[in-house]
Ligand binder design. Structure first.
Ligand SMILES: *[C@@H]1O[C@H](CO)[C@@H](O)[C@H](O)[C@H]1NC(C)=O
Ligand SMILES: *[C@@H]1O[C@H](CO)[C@@H](O)[C@H](O)[C@H]1NC(C)=O
Ligand SMILES: *[C@@H]1O[C@H](CO)[C@@H](O)[C@H](O)[C@H]1NC(C)=O
Ligand SMILES: *[C@@H]1O[C@H](CO)[C@@H](O)[C@H](O)[C@H]1NC(C)=O
Ligand SMILES: *[C@@H]1O[C@H](CO)[C@@H](O)[C@H](O)[C@H]1NC(C)=O
Ligand SMILES: *[C@@H]1O[C@H](CO)[C@@H](O)[C@H](O)[C@H]1NC(C)=O
Ligand SMILES: *[C@@H]1O[C@H](CO)[C@@H](O)[C@H](O)[C@H]1NC(C)=O
Ligand SMILES: *[C@@H]1O[C@H](CO)[C@@H](O)[C@H](O)[C@H]1NC(C)=O
Ligand SMILES: *[C@@H]1O[C@H](CO)[C@@H](O)[C@H](O)[C@H]1NC(C)=O
Ligand SMILES: *[C@@H]1O[C@H](CO)[C@@H](O)[C@H](O)[C@H]1NC(C)=O
Ligand SMILES: *[C@@H]1O[C@H](CO)[C@@H](O)[C@H](O)[C@H]1NC(C)=O
Ligand SMILES: *[C@@H]1O[C@H](CO)[C@@H](O)[C@H](O)[C@H]1NC(C)=O
Length: 636
């Protein structure tokens, strides 16, 4: 009897607990939209793999990573002109739950990730997950070829499983040049306990997002490009959304907030570095410390020490760094513009601080040198070629990654994709790929297929670059399901390009200067090439990649340089399983948004107004202040 009653009591209290926790959740949802709540369901209470849920509000906040953000105070009250100038240094950056960079996603292989996104911007939004393979699920990719944009004040939920992946990736907003305003964050997939790391478990994890930065906002930058102009030199490099440490009083103004990482002597940290910038290749280095390269975008590398590494736009790396220096001072962490005249580009340098917990002083003196190879084109390329995969390290699955002998598989399709300097098409300055400047369709390609909407795109992307005059089209690559595709990226421009493919990791088998020919295949690395999702193509050079077409869907292949992407240097690869089955692609999600030819299918959504009012008001208030002070300062 006693036990039964005890059982009932337990049941009742469990119910009460659930009730309470529901109210608590409602409370949380209502009052702290700025809070992320992560809930882990263990497999005992949820069939299958655990869920990790996030709730994100994407909105503008004011910040001035490279400017002077101090107390506005009375000073500005009395000197409106200063305030006016000051306000011009401030800008709206895109934040997630009021944080810039956004919170990092921390999940484990095979977890189901659910991210509820509320768009509080004044324009459309889509979130994309660079490097997350979204197996069988291009529905969740967050680019215009697969998804309709989320309108302002709308909510939309992404749900996908991080199947068979481990490593360091990131997410960012894919539309309207928004990445230039932030909105990005790290995305870590940890190994399951049954899978061992190919190195000792690090003592800590540090995420560093580096990127070039303009003080003009993303709508201004967009306009510059649409007007046919260049963006010009960036105003700086931000590290985790913060400006440079004041390493030189002449070069760096006072009062800039900088990033600092506290570490403990003797410990080894895994430092994950992502270039989330617009178009600048960055050289990353830590004063007096070796960078032991361990991972590149989900593949374990042969571990090698580098004093600095070139990280191109969209690329991610993990380094193991041991705190083996004396603590007489702090040390500089530097990300500086690459392949530029450094005496002209001095301001395009990000500087953060590595602070030993027992450090006795500030970092002083000059920054550690970047590679001095202005006239040596091969140094950086040789460095890229030196990155090899460790075939004996376990990947996400127990079988070693290297057991997949990509070098022995026959290629089924060959595409030479060539970019050229910007061209004029119909009076517009555009970027091209193989002579085609991609035009985003009104109806996403994947949705058009699903509902058999005709005429949205053409499946005719050429295997060889078109000669003739360039054109604007929605031209897509016809991928062969279960094929093995060879893609040669030929860069006929004078600037560095990096390319990214969604849904896949590809093998980087070769790169060299000059024009690719059939005989270039003789130089391919057929054994331990790195598999990754973003690769650089040097100016006047080519890079060859091999892709195993095993992920059904419609996948974006693009220049990761934001300006080029914006101007049309992209296409999609459509991979269809001719056999109709739910095993190779997940069914269309219930919450899918409709637009273009399908917009009548879209049900209206309740727009939430709770925060838009405060957000709107604070923005209005600020604009009003700006106008007021502008007017006043005109009198002075
Ligand atoms: C997490 O997301 C899944 C799928 O939408 C849902 O079933 C589950 O209830 C969510 N958990 C929480 C705590 O919101
Ligand atoms: C960007 O700046 C311009 C002024 O230079 C301003 O009119 C516009 O509202 C700003 N846009 C955003 C999204 O902050
Ligand atoms: C990420 O999650 C893992 C496992 O859930 C945890 O051990 C780790 O501490 C988390 N990392 C950070 C930096 O919070
Ligand atoms: C490769 O991975 C194995 C297995 O984890 C590890 O023991 C070895 O140190 C790694 N080799 C290099 C050069 O990184
Ligand atoms: C700071 O930078 C200026 C300009 O490049 C240079 O002339 C000066 O020597 C630097 N100062 C120090 C202390 O390094
Ligand atoms: C890398 O450098 C560290 C010193 O910073 C050294 O202890 C380690 O042995 C080096 N590892 C390799 C693989 O060269
Ligand atoms: C600490 O290391 C720095 C750089 O390696 C060196 O210049 C300095 O003399 C060292 N100081 C001590 C107290 O060992
Ligand atoms: C870099 O620019 C400076 C200043 O314009 C110029 O004097 C120098 O020759 C340039 N260096 C190179 C390597 O082109
Ligand atoms: C590749 O093609 C060659 C000749 O066309 C053929 O002999 C070989 O068996 C093929 N290899 C595989 C793995 O299919
Ligand atoms: C696309 O490729 C498949 C074979 O993979 C072929 O059957 C089909 O005809 C191609 N479609 C077009 C439009 O070329
Ligand atoms: C671009 O292509 C043309 C024609 O093939 C070639 O002459 C030129 O050298 C190329 N330029 C670069 C930078 O690759
Ligand atoms: C695939 O799944 C959808 C939705 O769950 C279902 O309606 C459809 O019948 C399935 N198709 C096949 C071929 O199993």
């Amino acid at each position: 009897m006693g036990t039964l009653e005890k059982g009932r009591d337990a049941d009742i209290s469990a119910c009460v607990y659930i009730l309470k926790s529901d109210i608590y959740m409602a409370f949380l949802r209502f009052f702290s939209l700025f809070l992320i709540h992560i809930t882990l369901f263990t497999s005992s209470c949820f069939a299958g793999d655990p869920f990790v849920n996030y709730t994100w509000e994407v909105s503008y906040i004011t910040a001035s990573p490279l400017g002077v953000q101090q107390q506005v105070g009375l000073f500005f009250f009395f000197f409106p002109l200063f305030f006016y100038l000051f306000v011009h240094l401030l800008m709206w950056v895109i934040a997630i739950n009021r944080a810039f960079p956004g919170p990092f996603v921390n999940v484990t292989t095979n977890n189901n990730v659910v991210i509820e996104v509320l768009n509080k911007l004044d324009e459309d939004l889509l979130m994309t997950w660079a490097g997350i393979q979204l197996r069988r699920n291009s529905w969740q990719d967050g680019v215009l070829g697969t998804n309709c944009p989320i309108p302002p004040n709308w909510q939309s939920t992404y749900q996908f499983q991080v199947k068979d992946q481990i490593g360091s990736f990131f997410y960012f907003p894919s539309l309207n040049f928004q990445r230039a305003a932030g909105g990005y964050g790290g995305f870590i997939i940890n190994n399951r306990p049954v899978i061992s790391l190919p190195f000792a478990t690090p003592d800590g994890d540090i995420i560093i997002m580096i990127g070039d930065w303009y003080t003009r906002n993303h709508s201004d930058l967009r306009k510059t490009l649409s007007d046919g102009k260049d963006l010009g030199m960036p105003d700086g490099v931000v590290i985790n959304g913060k400006g440079p440490y004041r390493y030189n009083n002449t070069l760096v103004p006072d009062g800039i907030e900088y990033e600092s990482f506290e570490v403990h002597p003797g410990k080894t940290y895994r430092i994950r570095v992502h270039n989330v910038g617009i178009s600048t290749s960055l050289n990353f280095r830590i004063q007096n410390h070796n960078l032991l390269l361990a991972e590149s975008e989900g593949t374990y590398t042969m571990q090698q020490n580098y004093t600095s590494l070139d990280i191109h736009v969209g690329q991610s790396y993990s380094f193991l760094v041991t705190m083996d220096q004396n603590a007489s001072t702090d040390y500089y962490i530097v990300a500086s513009a690459r392949f530029v005249n450094e005496s002209l580009w001095k301001r395009v340098t990000g500087v953060a601080i590595l602070h030993y917990s027992n450090s006795k002083g500030k970092a002083t003196g000059p920054l550690p040198d970047s590679p001095n190879d202005f006239y040596d084109k091969t140094f950086s390329m040789n460095q890229a070629r030196s990155i090899r995969s460790n075939g004996s390290a376990s990947g996400a699955r127990p079988n070693p990654q290297g057991s997949f002998k990509y070098g022995l598989i026959n290629v089924t399709d060959v595409y030479v994709l060539k970019n050229e300097p910007l061209v004029m098409i119909d009076g517009k300055r555009r970027a091209t790929l193989s002579g085609i400047s991609f035009v985003n369709p009104e109806t996403p390609i994947r949705l058009a297929d699903q509902f058999k909407v005709k005429g949205v795109y053409k499946l005719d992307f050429p295997n060889e670059p078109l000669t003739g005059s360039p054109r604007m089209e929605t031209s897509v690559i016809n991928g062969t399901y279960k094929g093995f595709m060879e893609v040669i990226l030929q860069n006929n421009d004078t600037t560095m390009q990096s390319y990214h493919m969604d849904g896949y990791a590809f093998f980087v088998v070769g790169m060299d200067y000059g024009e690719w020919t059939n005989s270039s295949r003789g130089t391919y690395n057929k054994w331990d090439a790195i598999a990754r999702c973003t690769v650089q193509v040097f100016p006047g050079a080519w890079t060859a990649i091999l892709i195993s077409m095993d992920n059904v869907g419609v996948w974006n292949l693009r220049a990761e340089n934001l300006d080029r992407w914006y101007l049309g240097q992209e296409t999609y690869v459509r991979v269809v399983n001719p056999e109709i089955t739910n095993k190779t692609e997940l069914p269309i999600p219930e919450n899918v948004l409709y637009c273009g030819a399908l917009k009548t299918m879209q049900k209206p959504q309740k727009t939430s107004s709770a925060t838009s009012i405060t957000g709107g008001i604070s923005k209005m208030f600020f604009t009003l202040l700006m106008v007021l002070f502008a007017a006043v300062s005109n009198f002075c």
